[in-house]
Design a binder for this molecule. Structure first.
Ligand SMILES: NC(=O)c1ccc[n+]([C@@H]2O[C@H](COP(=O)([O-])OP(=O)(O)OC[C@H]3O[C@@H](n4cnc5c(N)ncnc54)[C@H](OP(=O)(O)O)[C@@H]3O)[C@@H](O)[C@H]2O)c1
Length: 314
């Protein structure tokens, strides 16, 4: 591969990993995605071999243990993959001379601020998953000074396990969906996040350690909403494409207990990435339309107005 244009994506079949390859290639990079069994993030030898083989100018870590609730009972895989793995990768990328992007999460915050979180706010995770991702952030920043920690939230895509696909599946099966309305945040579509990473890539590859291009950044979709608001938009968009639409009921977090505690308000302030990298928070409603076109089909043509004796009626 030509030096300076090669990007190693760690993780192969995940939501973000799948979106990164086309986005990076469209931006002119020679991108390779590697995952198990060729690259196991918990195994230093396999990580170093992958870096030597792909000779990257930039490494993007899209692999993680994302089973938030399971991590409460099984903390070890989350800690190994979300904290230990990024440390190994950051070490290998620094030794090779590559910059690195570590993707992280809004769940590093406790959700009590009452306003969107900036990169200067102190993290205080309330779950094992959040704590393991925060440990990964610290490890990467310490091991590779030419690194970006990119926090995002509510990741979705037309593939993989996510809220969008769960809502569509349950909408086919149930008469009523009950969705939490008192947790605030924002959906972020993997293809938008991937384009943002591809946009940052050239300047990360060129920048020296100490540049403001590195450090912690937030990028999530806009506008902010609740899980209930997101479900409403999904059902409305799906119904416009002829999908079955059940009744949607707003509930509280207390009515839907989960093993892991989620932040009640994890809205992310995305000003810094706009100022430093010129990347605006992507409108998730546009990305949702794209995903629904793929998952459900195109929007149905509006029915022609029926002529009644009195005149035009809907
Ligand atoms: N999902 C969300 O709602 C959300 C929200 C905020 C932030 N994030 C962050 O965004 C990033 C991408 O998340 P995602 O939703 O795209 O994740 P995902 O769909 O769950 O994919 C995780 C990836 O990690 C890989 N992986 C697992 N164990 C591995 C190992 N030992 N070695 C190498 N690869 C391994 C998986 O590969 P296999 O196919 O081999 O299992 C898979 O490709 C993560 O850092 C996550 O923490 C996610």
């Amino acid at each position: 591969m030509s030096a300076g244009r090669s990007v190693l994506v760690v993780g192969r079949s995940g939501q973000l990993a799948e979106a990164l390859l086309p986005a990076l290639r469209a931006a002119g990079f020679e991108a390779v995605a590697m995952g198990r069994p060729d690259l196991d993030l918990r195994d230093g030898d396999s990580v170093q071999a992958a870096v030597r083989r792909t000779r990257p100018a930039l490494v993007v870590n899209a692999a993680a243990w994302t089973a938030v609730d399971r991590a409460e009972d099984e903390p070890w895989p989350a800690e190994a993959l979300n904290a230990g793995g990024p440390a190994i990768l950051a070490d290998a990328s620094r030794a090779w001379g590559a910059a690195m992007v570590q993707v992280s999460t809004d769940y590093v915050f406790d959700g009590r601020k009452g306003a969107p979180y900036t990169e200067r706010d102190n993290p205080a995770p309330r779950s094992i998953y959040g704590a393991s991702k925060l440990a990964g952030e610290y490890a990467v920043r310490q091991a590779n000074p030419r690194s970006v920690v990119l926090r995002t939230s509510w990741l979705c895509s037309a593939t993989g396990h996510n809220f969008l696909r769960t809502v569509l599946r349950l909408a086919s099966e149930r008469e009523e969906l009950r969705v939490v309305a008192d947790q605030l945040g924002a959906p972020t579509f993997a293809d938008d996040l991937a384009v943002a990473i591809a946009t940052m890539a050239p300047s990360l590859i060129a920048a020296e350690a100490g540049s403001t291009r590195f450090g912690v950044f937030h990028l999530a979709g806009a506008p902010h909403t609740s899980w209930h608001g997101f479900a409403e938009a999904i059902l409305r968009g799906a119904a416009a494409r002829g999908h079955r639409a059940p009744k949607l009921t707003a509930i509280t977090t207390a009515e839907y207990p989960t093993p892991a505690t989620r932040p009640a308000d994890s809205r992310l302030d995305c000003t810094r990435i706009a100022d430093v990298h010129g990347i605006a928070a992507p409108d998730w409603r546009v990305a949702l339309d794209r995903a629904l076109d793929t998952l459900v089909g195109p929007t149905l043509a509006p029915q022609p107005a029926r002529q009644s004796k009195e005149g035009i009626s809907a």
